[in-house]
Design a protein. Structure first.
Length: 197
């Protein structure tokens, strides 16, 4: 994997999410997302899935459940800076830009990647982490990498059916910022990408 592989990966992820946003039926968009991610994870040079595990790779993703799709306005929250230390990228700075309330589930902090390029970052660690979902948590939105479900103004589409494991879930060669205390839900969220069975 080299710089050009990573560039191509990001272009393909951004294109996949563009296709997902263009589809009016969330279930159809979810099927397109699963197929697109599986193809990238199984066959792309920048895939975090180890080479020996890529052949025929398919992520385990729950059936779409419309109860976990929210269109929510980002509400104000006290400014907070979080710096995540990584061995490869140094300190990765995030600024909390607000919070979203997910009815029946709780509140999640919304972050801005406060470095070159910027981007909205919405990670999630739910009550099933470590058993049903990846123990370190999952990502819902990571716009700097193209993972953006849309919205207008201060509204975001937060569809937990599109929650996915970060790269470090597949291989310890990857380092990922994981959810802090403001991005943890007590409830189990058994939609999106799940732990392999």
């Amino acid at each position: 994997m080299d710089t050009w592989d990573v560039r191509d990966w990001r272009l393909r992820v951004a294109e996949l999410y563009r296709e997902v946003r263009a589809l009016s039926a969330p279930e159809q968009a979810h099927r397109r997302w699963i197929a697109g991610r599986d193809a990238l994870l199984a066959g792309h040079a920048a895939s975090p899935v180890p080479l020996g595990q890529r052949d025929g790779f398919r992520a385990r993703v729950a059936t779409y459940d419309p109860a976990y799709r929210f269109v929510v306005e980002v509400q104000p929250a006290p400014v907070h800076r979080r710096e995540v230390p990584t061995p490869t990228d140094g300190l990765v700075p995030f600024e909390r830009i607000g919070k979203v309330e997910l009815p029946g589930l709780g509140t999640l902090d919304v972050w801005w990647l406060d470095s070159y390029g910027g981007g909205i970052f919405l990670p999630l660690r739910d009550g099933g982490a470590g058993a049903v979902t990846y123990g370190g948590g999952r990502y819902v939105l990571d716009t700097v990498k193209g993972a953006d479900l849309g919205g207008t103004g201060r509204e975001l589409v937060v569809d937990l059916n599109f929650s996915y494991q970060p790269s470090c879930a597949y291989s310890s060669e990857w380092v990922c910022p994981l959810p802090g205390s403001g991005n943890r839900l007590d409830a189990e969220v058994a939609v999106g990408e799940l732990m392999p069975s």
